[in-house]
Ligand binder design. Sequence first.
Ligand code: 5CA
Length: 448
Amino acid sequence: MHLSRYFLPVLREVPKEAEIVSHQMMLRAGMIKQSAAGIYSWLPLGLKVLKKIENIVREEQNRAGAVEILMPTIQSAELWKESKRYEAYGKEMLRITDRHEREMLFGPTAEEVVTTIFRDSVRSYRDLPKNLYNIQWKFRDEVRPRFGVMRGREFLMKDAYSFDLTADGARAAYNRMFVAYLRTFARLGLKSIPMAADTGPIGGDLSHEFIILAETGESQVYCHKDLIEGAIPSADTDFDEDLSPIIKAWTSLYAATDEKHEAERFAKDVPADKQVSARGIEVGHIFFFGTKYSEPMGARVQGPDGQMVTLQMGSYGIGVSRLAGAIIEASHDKDGIVWPVPVAPFEVGLINLKAGDKDTDAAAEGLYDKLQAAGIDVLYDDTDERAGAKFATADLIGLPYQLVVGPKGVKAGEIEIKTRKGGAKETLPIEAGLAKVIEAVKQQRVLV
Ligand code: 5CA
C-alpha cells in the first residue's frame, strides 16, 4: 500500500477524551473514530488489525473443532421470554420496536438464538457433540462505556456454544475451548491467565475468565506468579484426546478474579514471593451452564436408549474488538504502538526519505515490489512529509520493521533497518537488508 493513496488520519496531539494509552494511541494512529458514546468506526489501519485478530481467533476455533456460523445482530424478544432472560437482562439490553410493534432487541449475546437453531435441526445423540461459533457485533448499553474499544457499547465478539449429551461430554467441550483460548491469546502475543470467575447474567456454575495483566485493567485479580509464564499447548495438540491434564496444570495454581477471591486461601496456598495482586483486562470468558437454556427452550435429542435427553451446554466468548486495545496496553512505548507481527496492520514500513528524487524513488519502488512479491504486508511512505514526521508516524503506528531508504544510502547501495521493538538500527547492503527483514517477519508470523 502506498501511503499517499491510503487513509491514515494521524493526530499529533493526545486527545483529551482518552484516559488510557491504548485509547489514545488508537485515536492518534487513525485506527478508530468515535461515532457516538461507545460506538466506533474502524478506519483502514484499525480494520486491518481487527481482521488479523479475528482470523487468529477463527483459526484456533476451527482447530479445536468448532464450526463457524453467522447469526443476526437483531433478535426477537420472544426468544428471550422463552429462556426467562428478557426481563432479567435489564437496561444493558437495547430494546427496539419494529413497525408492526413487535419487540426486538440488538443481541448482547446469542444463547437463545443458537439454542433454537440446534433445537430445530438436531434430533439424535449421533449428531453430538457440536460446537457452533460466530464472530458478530454485539450491543450492550453499558452504564459507563469507556477506554475506547475496551468497554464499548457496540463491540465485536466471538461467541461459541457447545452442545453435548452428558455433563462429562460438556466438560470435555469446555476443556477444548480452554486450550483453544490459551493458544489464541499466545498467538496474539499476549500472556493470558485463566482465572476462576463469576458467571453473571450468562449463568452456570463453572467459569473462567482469561485475563491479561495490565495496570489499566478494569478487574482486580489475584494469582500465582508462575501462571504468567505458563506452558502454551502446541499447534499439534490433539483435540480428540483427553485435555484434562492441561487444564489441571493451569488450574492447580491459585488464580481468581475479585468476585471469586478467597483471601485466606490465597495467603495459605501461594508463597508470599509468588503472590500477584494486580489489575487485569478480561479478554475471554468461558461458561459451563448445563441445561440453563436447553431446559426452558426444549432443546432435547434422542439418547442411545431412545429416551429424550436435555442438552448440556456451555458458551465461550472472546472480546475481539477489545483485544485490539488490550494488545496495545501490553505492547507500546512512549513513541507509540509496538505491534507483534501476527497482528500488525502492516508487517513492514518502507520509508522514502526523499520522495521525488529519481534514484531514491526507483530504489524504494524496487524494494516495495520485492517485499510484495515475497508476500510481505508493506506500507510504503511515498509522501513528501519531512523525514522527522515520517519517523514519528512509523513509530506511532507501530509497524514491526522500518526500512529506510534515502539518497545517501542509495548511492552507497545501503538501507537502514529499524526494529520497532527495542529500537535497534542496522545499516546493510540493500539486498541483504531486504532478505533479513523478510526472514524476520516470516519467522514471527506464528508465535506458538
Ligand atoms: N455468551 C457469553 C460467552 S459467548 C458472553 O457473552 N460472555 S461475556 O459477557 O463474558 O462476553 C465475552 C467477552 O466479550 C468478554 O470476555 C469481553 O472480552 C468481551 N466484552 C464484554 N463486554 C464488552 C464491552 N462492553 N466492550 C468490549 N468487549 C466486551
